[in-house]
Design a protein around this ligand. Sequence first.
Ligand SMILES: Cc1ncc(COP(=O)(O)O)c(C=O)c1O
Length: 479
Amino acid sequence: MEIAQNGMTREAIFERLAELRKNDARWQEGRTYGYIFNPGRDVTEVGKAAYSAFLAENGLDFTVFPSLMQLERELAGFGARHLQGDRQVVGNFTSGGTESIILAVKAARDCYREKRPEIRLPEMILPATAHAAFHKAAHYLGVKAVTVSVDPASFRADAGKVQEAICDNTIMIVGSAPSYAHGVVDPIADLAALAQQRDLWMHTDACMGGFLLPYFRRLGEPVPDFDFSVPGVTSISVDLHKYAYTPKGASLILYRNKALRKHQIFTCSHWIGYSIVNNAVQSSKSGGPMAAAWAVLNYVGDAGYLEIARKKLAAVKKIVAGIQRIEGLRLLTHPDMSLVSFTSDDVNVFHIVDEMHQRGWYIQPSFSFDNSPAHIHLSINASNVGWEDELLKNLAECVVIARRLPDGTLAGLIKGSLEGVDLSAISEADIMAMMAAAGVKNGELPGRMADINGVLDALPAAVREKVLSTFVNDMFSQL
Ligand SMILES: Cc1ncc(COP(=O)(O)O)c(C=O)c1O
């Protein structure tokens, strides 16, 4: 692109921006079951106003913007209390779950560099359901991710398998509350007990559930212990931009005490310029997300969140029961919160997803990995409340239609073209040829994705990763 020679009018700019959105998910309608946490117009307006009020303030230096330090301390204090921490618990505001997780892994790594300097390659044990952000952190930080299978029936972490994977290089154990894929809370108390016995770091990833689970508990749900009330839990990540409905760019990383958190902080005076003291990965950062998070939390308030949780819980129960009644669908497990996953033993789930997309729903296809089959995922949020009957009716119809659809000729063609190819050595040219055969042109995906998803699902995870990175590298080319 070349920027406009003489500047565009405000009108032309917003017209163009609106036009660009025409193929986006229509999340405002409430039929999007992922990526979006929409509290409704009223709350969104408060978040927007606070965001723009602090748009320019820079979190790079809290001495210049003490307002941001005050907001951050208040938010971390809220997080500590919400997750049953004592006065020793401290934390920081980050841009999202991934940043919080990267920081926790960095803190653990640096803590054990001091404590166990003999460890050359530190390892962290991840149940297979631990979020991909831990693999990203491992990749960025030189920590080895050791993945262990979860229980095949409940999809909760298997403490026995975690115990078997502990070795002399282990520094950290991770559990989720709940896991993204199946929405179940891991046996955090068992994992934390193991961590205590072996003097390891225990992180609870409560990015999804840290805010909402305490409300579900207050509503009488049997929520297992996962927070600082569990001895041995060292750190917790909890996102605000998910079930606290604050604008995106808002998460907290919390530590049991300052002696642990100190390993998160990065300082640099080894250059000619201002000295850096960063609590987070980002350096310059807008005060917008933090002010918006503070504003939304206080605008909705405790009673407001409890009421949202009550409605959401009723919607989840209705959806779970409805899915169980649809012939051909099978819940993977009973969810502990508001993330629901289901599959089919005789219908191609990717066809179901395509059919639903054509009817204006966004539901998420997920590939098979380890002992979890390909499935459909729903993250249910406040804006989905009220759509349950319509969702279930459409799902039932789509299952019937999907059952009649043939398994893709394209998938067969592509699988055929890969026959005899050593997948571990698959070239970028092979991958691009495969994508072209699947209908990907000029960075645009075909309307129906079942074929492509079917092929990706059939590939080993490492090859799938290579295909996806080659494809994205090609897709994001210059315009
Ligand atoms: C359990 C869990 N952890 C971490 C993350 C990463 O959060 P983010 O997308 O904000 O980086 C997610 C995102 O869905 C999640 O579900």
